[in-house]
Design a protein around this ligand. Structure first.
Ligand code: PLP
Length: 322
């Protein structure tokens, strides 16, 4: 697990997943800094702890992004000059796939004495992330996003940094995460990390080709299709598109066995438009007309051709060629 991000084994704090890791990073560090700075497109497991800390009196800045979802580093530089801060910016976004320039952010944080946390959950199957090179102090990862078991994740805590634990009552893992460690799940996570290390370069190429194939196939049948997020510097397995005028949630009712989501998969049940699409400037109407595809190691050319054909057919049946 340490190897997959260039850390030392003693720096890995196992826990139940990235939601817990992100909570530990924010709540565990909040008392050591004067400000929290989180990007507008973070996962709710960063944004909601930040909101709770703000309610409790902490100064929290939400860092804007550009239309590609890249954090505004000029604004970050200005805020960092004011006070010691914790900066939480994800390595890769789960809805539009934007990759952030971690090393540049790490340098900025170091030059201002800030603590740098990154949620790397989405990055590790296809991207090389090295906590030393990127100047990352805290990094969250999750087993099931690495094709490993669910219910296990870790916060990588560099250089013996002290953290206030979320729970109390045991000395395990240096007191940073009290409670008995789920050894079998840790072994599964370790195996998934080894596979990621061995395969990520090849997987990145294969999955990017499938994503482009999917986009082309959808575009052939739906000329008004628009792609959201960056064209380059993007996760290979993430495709987010807008079908202007189409109610995406309603469309998916016709395609119940297709693994596609509107907004983020974690919040498909919620009838709110995606905070990520809103942060990159989409109207609420366009956000509700957007679909997000997640491709991975197990995706085949047949899967993507079938998905595109079925979406196009479902829209034709509704009299909406797109
Ligand atoms: N962070 C990101 C970017 C995610 O995509 C997810 C899950 O989808 C999480 C955090 C939460 O991870 P977990 O399910 O391991 O708690």
């Amino acid at each position: 697990v340490a190897d997959v991000v260039g850390a030392r084994p003693s720096e890995v704090v196992f826990n139940s997943g990235a939601t817990e890791a992100n909570n530990l990073a924010l709540f565990g560090t909040a008392t050591q800094v004067d400000r929290l700075i989180v990007s507008a497109i973070e996962h709710p497991s960063v944004l909601e702890p930040a909101a709770v800390l703000r309610e409790a009196g902490a100064a929290v800045d939400i860092l804007p992004t550009d239309a590609a979802g890249r954090a505004d580093l000029g604004v970050l530089d200005r805020i960092l000059a004011q006070a010691p801060a914790l900066v939480s910016i994800m390595a890769a976004n789960n809805e539009i796939g934007t990759l952030q320039p971690l090393a540049e952010i790490g340098r900025l944080c170091r030059s201002h004495g800030a603590v740098f946390h990154t949620d790397a959950v989405q990055a590790l199957t296809t991207q090389a992330v090295d906590v030393v090179e990127a100047g990352v102090d805290l990094l969250s990862l999750s087993g099931h996003k690495l094709h490993g078991p669910a219910g296990i994740g870790a916060l990588v805590v560099r250089g013996g940094r002290s953290l206030r634990p979320l729970t109390h009552g045991g000395g395990q893992q240096g007191g940073r995460r009290p409670g008995t460690v789920a050894v079998a799940l840790c072994v599964g996570l370790g195996a998934a990390c080894r596979l990621a290390l061995a395969r990520r370069l090849q997987d990145a190429v294969t999955v990017a080709a499938l994503r482009d194939r999917l986009f082309d196939a959808l575009g052939d049948g739906l000329p008004s299709l628009r792609r959201n997020g960056p064209q380059t510097g993007v996760l290979p397995g993430c495709l987010n598109v807008t079908l202007p005028g189409v109610d995406a949630a309603d469309l998916l009712l016709d395609l119940p066995d297709l693994a596609v989501s509107t907004g983020s998969a974690c919040s498909t049940a919620a009838d709110t438009s995606s905070h990520v699409l809103s942060a990159i400037g989409l109207s609420a109407a366009d956000a509700h007309s957007s679909l997000r595809f997640g491709l991975g190691r197990g995706t085949t050319a047949r899967d993507v051709d079938d998905a595109a054909a079925r979406i196009i057919a479902a829209l034709r049946d509704r009299g909406r060629p797109g």
